[in-house]
Design a protein around this ligand. Structure first.
Ligand code: PAZ
Length: 315
């Protein structure tokens, strides 16, 4: 497989990765003392932006607020699925300003609390409680590392740095890729330096972002367990595209969701065996309508992924 497109995409934009190398080294050093009991997951979350100018004033964005990633990270921190597992250590690669584990509900309340249509409900005691939970679940050194990104260039390069460093953890490393990554971008070389003039219509020519999943599974972290997400708005094409991600890029599983029903129903597709041509097993995960208030489908998603990770880690 040729990755020349991916190489030129990465080289097309200057991104500082030194700080994350340093943060990762410190995090992995601290995590080492607990690696017997705490496997590591990299959760990606939120949407990437596509800048239109080098000195960026305008950019293309997408809908994702990072709810899925934040709620899933909570579940991983609490997960006790693997032998003697005290929960996962989480590297949270998320969009700057998007939702955070344990705080997402308060962040959403805060966004409406000052709305012009009247004050929403912002419970200060709930915020304090959420902060306490966040701290108690992440205070052990080596338990939680937040790596914020904004642009698609940062996302891809940070993911590569994390993957290459986690490669030494072999199958014990898990990738749970819930971020909504841009499909199109403007190469740095073709981007204007300054703010685009507002005079007249604007015509943009965007290039396809190369698919990086294949590189993750075969070059960056070939022994890790990789679970990606697939989002579509047309149910007819959802499963076909999700299967293609397994067959083309060799990921271990895909969680396929449709935009409007994504909080109630997600299909899990698992590669049952080695190699891209292995059979694929499908199961549908649903949020039980009679589940207690506050229940979220991420409990099931993460439960299923932890089981899969346990099986893969034993091979
Ligand atoms: O961030 P959110 O909770 O609003 O949405 C989650 C999601 C739909 C972005 C995620 O479940 C997903 O499908 N991510 C992959 C999108 C894709 O590139 O197909």
């Amino acid at each position: 497989m040729s990755f020349s497109g991916a190489e030129s995409f990465r080289k097309s934009s200057p991104v500082d990765t030194e700080w994350i190398e340093r943060e990762l080294s410190a995090f992995l050093e601290r995590a080492r003392s607990q690696e017997e009991s705490r496997p590591i997951v990299c959760v990606t979350s939120g949407g990437t932006t596509v800048p239109l100018e080098r000195n960026c004033v305008r950019f293309i964005d997408n809908f994702s607020k990072g709810t899925r990633g934040a709620l899933s990270a909570e579940q991983f921190l609490k997960a006790r699925g693997m032998v003697h597992c005290a929960g996962y250590s989480v590297i949270f690669l998320s969009r700057t300003g998007s939702l955070l584990p344990f705080l997402s509900e308060c962040q959403e309340d805060m966004a409406t609390a000052f709305s012009v249509s009247g004050p929403g409900e912002l419970q200060v005691s709930a915020l304090a409680e959420a902060l306490r939970t966040f701290h108690s679940c992440t205070e052990d050194p080596g338990t939680f590392l937040h790596v914020p990104f904004t642009t698609v260039f940062e996302y891809v390069q940070y993911l590569e740095v994390i993957a290459r460093r986690l490669a030494s953890h072999g199958r014990l490393a898990l990738f749970y890729l819930a971020a909504a990554v841009s499909d199109y971008y403007i190469p740095w070389a073709e981007m204007v330096e300054h703010k685009i003039s507002g005079a007249g219509p604007l015509v943009l020519e965007l290039q396809k972002v190369p698919k990086l999943l294949g590189e993750l599974t075969s070059v960056w972290a070939p022994h890790a367990t990789v679970v990606s997400f697939k989002l579509e708005t047309d149910e007819e094409v959802l499963l076909t595209k999700a299967k293609a991600a397994i067959q083309k890029y060799g990921v271990d599983a895909v969680l396929a969701n449709e935009l409007h029903s994504r909080k109630e129903r997600v299909t899990l597709l698992v590669r049952a065996g080695e190699g891209r041509a292995a059979p694929i097993h499908c199961s549908v995960l649903r949020l039980d309508p009679s589940a207690p208030p506050g229940s979220v489908i991420e409990e099931q998603l993460v439960g299923a992924v932890v089981d899969l990770h346990r099986q893969r880690s034993r091979r």
